[in-house]
Design a binder for this molecule. Structure first.
Ligand code: ADP
Length: 540
C-alpha cells in the first residue's frame, strides 16, 4: 500500500522563500574594516531574485555551474540561495587551493560564471587565462576597472548587474534529486574530488543542523560562521539559518584572532563554528587581551580532532562549551556530534564529549577491517569507518573512484572504534596512523596529549621511518613564546599519559605547524619537510 502523503520536492527555493518572509527580520552581518554592515533576510530575498534575473540574462538557464571565489559575506549568501533556487548549480571554489588545483576544479566542473570578491581578484587573475569554460566574471565590492580579463571573459559589477532588476523571481520547481551545489574536497590527502549535493540532501541536512541531537541551531541564534563557505558549504549553516531564522555573522576576510575577537565583542554571537586551529589562535590571543566571549552558548568544532585541553580551556576560562563533531565534504558534512547521553555528569560526561560523537538517525555507520569484514561496535575493536545516508555521497562528480566506496557505503579513510551506544572515537586517518613494530600508534592521541601541556601552542605528529620498528612517531612542537620548557620535559610529561612503547623519542621544534587550505594541520607538508631534511630532529 502506498502512502497518501504529498511528495512535494524539497528545494533550496523553499528555504529561500521561507527565510526571506517568515524570518525576514533576521539578518546577515558582514564584517568590514569599518565595522558591521547588515542586510535583513527580507532584503536578501529580493536581491536573490535580482541576482537570478541577472544570471538568466547572462545565459544561465539550466544546470550550468555558477562558481564563487569569495569570503564569507552577504553576497556569498545570496549566491548560495539564488543559484540553486533558479535551477543552476553553485560551485564554491576554495580560494586557498594551489593554482593548478584551482584551474583543475574550475575546468572540471565547467564553471560558466565566477562571482568573485574584489579583494580576491589578484589571486584569481593569473589563473583566468587557463579557465576554459568561464564566460563571465561578476565582481562584488569595489570597481571592476582594473581587471585584465582574457578575451571572451566579460567582467561585470555585481551591484550594477542587480540594479533595476525585479525583486521577485518565479523560482522553478526542480527535481529534488538534481544537483544544487558542488564542493571539491580540499585535497588534504589527494587531488580535490567533486561532491554534488542535491536539493533534497541539503534540505534534510539543514534539518539535522537544527536538530537537538545535532548542532541545535535555533531560531533567534546569531551564528558566527568562521568555517569558510568554500569548506563543505560552511558546514550547512547558511541553509540551516534560513530554515530556522537564525541570523548569520560573516567574518569576510577578517579571520585573524584580533578582528575575530573584535567581531565577537561587537556582534555577540550565540553560536559559532570553525576548525580547532582558529579557536586555539583565538584562545592564545585572549590570554594577552582578555575579553568576554561568553555570549556564545556553544561553539561547534570539527574538521580535525579537538584536543581535550582546548575543550576545557574554552569551558573553564571563557564559559563557552565546545561541541565536537566529525564530518567530511562527502558527508555534507555532518557527521557525528558529541552530545553526551542525558544525565551524565563530571568525568563520565567529559569522556563522551571528547569522542567524535554519535550519528543521527539518518546516517548509518559501520566499521570494517582490512578484509572488509564488519568489526563489532564494542568500543575497543578498531576498523575503518564507513557511512551511508541521504546526505552522504555515493560517488564523485565525473570521476571513478571505486576504492572510496563499498557496496553503497562511503569509505571515509578514518580509523576508530564505535561503542555499543554509538559513540565514535577516531584514532586517525588511515594515511596518518603510525605503524610501529606491528602495532598502531594514533598520531591524534599523541597530539592531544602533547597539546595538554601548558607550554605547547601547537603539536603535530607524523610517522618517520625506523630501521627497527618500521615507523616511529616524530613530534613537531610549537612552543609558546613565554616559556623555557625543553623537549625532554615534554617527553617526561607524556610518560604517564601514553603507553611506554608509544612514548616518542623523536622531537622537533618548529615555528608553526603547516596548515591546509581549510586550516587543518598539513601532515603531507610536514612529511615533505622531514624528507627534505628541513626539520632539526632531537632524539631523546
Ligand atoms: P579534506 O579531506 O580535504 O581534509 P574534509 O574537510 O572533507 O577535507 O575532511 C574530512 C576529514 O577531516 C575526515 O575524513 C577526518 O579525517 C577529518 N575530521 C573531520 N572532523 C574530525 C574530527 N572531529 N576528528 C578527527 N578528524 C576529523
Amino acid at each position: 500500500m502506498l502512502s497518501t502523503m504529498n511528495d512535494a520536492p524539497l528545494s533550496i527555493a523553499q528555504l529561500l522563500r521561507h527565510g526571506s518572509t517568515v524570518h525576514g527580520t533576521a539578518d546577515v552581518v558582514t564584517w568590514t574594516e569599518s565595522g558591521a554592515r547588515r542586510r535583513s533576510y527580507a532584503e536578501v530575498g529580493k536581491r536573490c531574485a535580482a541576482l537570478a534575473h541577472a544570471l538568466r540574462d547572462l545565459g544561465i538557464d539550466g544546470d550550468q555551474r555558477v562558481a564563487t571565489f569569495m569570503w564569507n559575506n552577504a553576497e556569498h549568501l545570496e549566491a548560495y540561495l539564488a543559484v540553486p533556487s533558479m535551477g543552476a548549480v553553485l560551485h564554491t571554489l576554495n580560494i586557498r587551493l594551489f593554482p593548478d588545483q584551482l584551474i583543475h576544479v574550475a575546468n572540471h566542473a565547467e564553471d560558466r560564471v565566477i562571482i568573485v570578491d574584489a579583494s580576491l581578484i589578484p589571486l584569481l587573475s593569473p589563473q583566468l587565462p587557463h579557465l576554459t569554460t568561464v564566460e563571465h566574471l561578476i565582481v562584488t565590492g569595489s570597481s571592476t576597472d582594473d581587471i585584465d580579463a582574457p578575451d571572451g571573459v566579460h567582467v561585470h559589477s555585481y551591484e550594477k548587474l542587480l540594479e533595476g532588476k525585479p525583486e521577485v523571481f518565479e523560482w522553478p520547481e526542480v527535481n529534488e534529486r538534481s544537483a544544487a551545489a558542488m564542493c571539491y574536497t580540499s585535497g588534504t590527502t589527494g587531488d580535490p574530488k567533486g561532491v554534488a549535493y542535491s536539493h533534497r540532501s541539503i534540505y534534510l541536512h539543514s534539518m539535522q543542523v537544527c536538530s537537538s541531537d545535532g548542532p541545535n541551531l535555533t531560531q533567534g541564534d546569531r551564528a558566527l560562521t568562521v568555517v569558510p563557505q568554500f569548506h563543505a558549504m560552511s558546514w550547512g549553516l547558511p541553509y540551516a539559518a534560513f530554515m530556522i531564522g537564525a541570523s548569520l555573522i560573516m567574518p569576510d576576510r577578517f579571520l585573524q584572532p584580533a578582528p575575530l575577537a573584535e567581531l565577537i565583542a561587537a556582534e555577540r554571537p550565540t553560536f559559532a563554528a570553525a576548525v580547532p586551529t582558529i579557536w586555539q589562535g583565538l584562545h592564545l590571543y585572549l590570554e594577552q587581551h582578555p575579553q568576554d566571549i561568553s555570549s556564545m552558548r556553544e561553539v561547534l568544532i570539527g574538521g580535525s580532532a579537538v584536543p581535550p585541553s582546548l575543550m576545557h580551556t574554552f569551558e573553564h576560562d571563557h564559559g563557552v562549551p565546545v561541541l565536537h563533531a566529525w564530518g567530511m565534504t562527502e558527508t555534507s558534512p555532518l557527521g557525528s556530534v558529541a552530545r553526551p547521553p542525558a544525565g551524565t555528569t563530571g568525568d563520565e560526561m567529559w569522556k563522551y564529549r571528547y569522542t567524535q560523537g554519535r550519528f543521527p538517525a539518518s546516517v548509518q555507520a559501520r566499521l570494517v577491517d582490512d578484509n572488509d569484514d564488519l568489526v563489532p561496535h564494542d568500543g575497543t575493536s578498531i576498523g575503518e569507518l564507513e557511512v551511508r545516508g541521504p546526505w552522504i555521497t555515493t560517488s564523485y562528480y565525473g570521476i571513478d573512484a571505486p576504492e572510496k566506496f563499498h557496496d553503497g557505503w562511503l569509505r571515509t579513510g578514518d580509523v576508530g572504534t564505535i561503542t555499543p551506544d554509538g559513540y565514535l572515537t577516531l584514532s586517525d586517518r588511515t594515511k596518518d596512523i603510525i605503524k610501529s613494530g606491528g602495532e598502531w600508534i594514533s598520531s591524534v592521541d599523541l597530539e592531544n596529549a602533547v597539546m595538554g601541556h601548558p607550554a605547547v601552542a601547537e603539536a603535530a605528529v607524523i610517522g618517520i621511518p625506523d630501521d627497527k620498528w618500521d615507523e616511529r612517531p616524530l613530534v613537531a612542537v610549537v612552543l609558546r613564546h613565554d616559556t623555557d620548557t625543553t623537549l625532554a620535559e615534554l617527553q617526561q610529561y607524556l610518560s604517564d599519559k601514553v603507553a611506554k612503547w608509544q612514548l616518542p623519542e623523536n622531537w622537533t621544534l618548529i615555528e608553526e605547524v603547516p596548515k591546509t587550505s581549510v586550516g587543518k594541520f598539513d601532515k603531507k607538508q610536514l612529511r615533505a619537510q622531514f624528507q627534505d631534511g628541513n626539520l632539526d630532529i632531537t632524539r631523546i
